[in-house]
Design a binder for this molecule. Sequence first.
Ligand code: ATP
Length: 586
Amino acid sequence: MRYSAIAESYEEIEATTKRLKMTDHLVKLLSETPYEVIDKVVYLTQGKLYPDFVGIDIGVAEKLAIRATAKATGYAERVIEGDLKQTGDLGNTTQRFLEKKAQVILFREPLTVQKVYEQLDKMAKASGSGSLDQKINLLAGLLANASPQEAKYIIRTVTGNLRLGIADMTVLDALAIAYGGGKEARDGLERAYNISSDLGEVAKTVVEKGMTGIEKLEVSIGRPIKPMLAERLSSPEEILEKLGGECIAEFKYDGERVQAHKQADNLILFSRRLENITEQYPDAVELLRKNAKVKDAIVEAEIVAIDPDTEEMKPFQELMHRRRKYGVKEAMEKYPISLFMFDVLYLNERDLTLKPYSIRHKHLERIIEQGDRVKIADYLVTDDPSELEEFFEKAVENGCEGLICKSLSKDAVYQAGARGWLWIKYKRDYKSEMTDTVDLVIVGAFYGRGKRAGTYGALLLAAYDPDEDMFKTVTRCGTGFTDEDLEKILEMMEKHRISHRHPRVQSTIEADVWFEPKAIIEIIGAEMTLSPIHVCAMDAIRKGSGLAIRFPRFTGNYRLDKLAEDATSVKEIIEMYKGQLRKVNG
Ligand code: ATP
């Protein structure tokens, strides 16, 4: 196929403003494209050489493209740059210079799609010393054989400025009409695309095998599946009703979604946006190698940052430290992670995406050997709204955003690439952000691990309730302590240590060590939430719930000047919660 056919089609597409007309042009182009290059033509029309997940860009800088144009046309770079200032588009400029030169060219070999693709591919893959020159030569070689119109589009393609506006969905529409027998084929093609993320592959399949081939296209290792997404509702009653009275509710972890493709010991990790993030997470790779007891599989999980000393979950922002190309090993040690597994889409050569979630979940439990750092997402099967609410509060209490409630019906397939009602998220509508510090009494402690072995990993803290003369737990804090603080606290608390919970302390949590309520420290938290676990303000806002401070941090201030009874009171905590309550959008 001649590249000029593509260039002419681009010209027509560029001139249209109506999507339907654009689809018509694309239908024409794709119908005329032979099978051997259909995938390449599909990638090229989107300014690519490969599907996105492969991660190979043509990416030629403008400066370099100018040099290639100069070389191909014999004009000085300066002159070309001057013209570029006028046109504002290097494609147009190159076309103009080639038109000038065309008058002196007598013969040129016509460019084929195959040839253009091959040369662009070589450019994309050129690396190391000398690659710059190699790229210039390859591009200049192409331009020298191109017509002015072809040159315009080659330049726009390599510099990432093709901008024909052909969306994935337009290509699918065009393929449906050109090869699927009509618009009705669109849904089938879309599903094939959603489970392969590869438009070229979809095009090749429909051209070669028709819609029967498309229906048979299965997920495969190495090709990411577009993620299934959740709708949202704001009450347990609505959620249960929508899901047919019963659901499996899972913690909604606040981390980064990952789709792991495992083939024996080889693993590829894809992000939510289907980028290959394998290099960023060698620890996740290792964990899956060890704990996924299966040869080949595609599983989904949330990667969550963990505090190495307390094993508590950290907010999503903490994972930002893991987004790097260099220093991966150091970041890995400093910012460890846990994996919370929540789906399996492929298992030993079997595509599970059309199986109901209840079955997929059973497979997941069977193949994942849980350990400290790999767990199945915490879940509860329920048909009871108050149980669901309680589980939600437990999730929030544990540092999660809320719940994802999933359908247990036999039609609950994995809806790749779709946001549907088979998964419903339940996040807090209200949260109360903390701006003030609070003074809390140390009533218990938990032994530290890792770096904190020998000291306390976290402290159990309480507010004071003068009406009952009781100290009621409101949070567990393991953050903000320096090594000196940890030593100091160990020593300072020794004299208050007792063998059981103090009678004036109320707590549903079992601490490793209990103290008399004496010492006060100052804390700031990210927000306050309802909690089924902490007993401070129990039943005050909602029956069965107390209030908790999330993501608490020691400010560095010991309030040893205060008596325990001077600690922030339960009443004050309630006022803070109410006062700072605000509607959270989104
Ligand atoms: P979007 O809906 O656009 O993804 P978002 O990124 O805020 O917005 P939500 O819709 O709120 O995500 O929730 C879906 C995301 O929740 C998933 O993409 C996944 O990363 C995360 N998640 C955490 N725990 C689970 C779980 N148990 N099951 C499914 N997804 C989970």
